[in-house]
Write a protein that binds this ligand. Sequence first.
Ligand code: CA
Length: 247
Amino acid sequence: MTSLDSGPASVRVAMSRKPLILIAEDEAPLMTLLRYNVEKEGYRAVEARDGDEALMLADEDIPDLVILDWMLPKVSGIEVCRRLRSRAETRNVPIIMLTARGEESDRIRGLDTGADDYITKPFSMTELLARMRAVLRRIRPALSEDVVSFGEVSIDRSAHRVKRGDKDIHLGPTEYRLLDHLMQHPGRVFSHEQLLDAVWGSGVYVDARTVDVHIGRLRKALNEPGQADPIRTVRSAGYSLDDSFKT
Ligand code: CA
């Protein structure tokens, strides 16, 4: 286990902070343009050409934000949106819908699709990127800041310091990365496999129970006896930060 911990934590933390954007769009020239701009902005991008592929990719590696075309082959954008919202893992993933002018925009606004924002084609990349930043900042403030708080727990990434209230919390590198990952996605439930991929890295063979061991250590470090536990165990699903801890 110790050998797994010896990896370059700072690199991993930096990598995990680069948001993953899923782009679902069937018009090839627009896809090229979207991908170019998304990557230029410093995000990672994955491409889906139809609704089926979008759902499959979102399942494989949970994106930080989805740019979703309303009119997609196979499964429509609106159905993709609905299905992403119905799954615990993707329920809180921000979605920006792309709609054609005059066509569906009014109808979309009337429907409760669960999209976070809409943008009407044709649009300027500057505007889309600004909306993406706004949505990401609102939903994941952890992306743009060095010091992030969740209730009385705070993490200072530049100083590599964790605090609960005024008390310094000393964490091993794996516990630090676990906490950092959970704090980037407050409220989202992660399975053992997703945490292994995000914290240990994909391609590393570690038993899923290892996650439980490190969550146990993280809890022990964070919580004094009698204190509320910020980490929630979701039966047969995984772990998340408990929203009720914040209030
Ligand atoms: Ca389309």
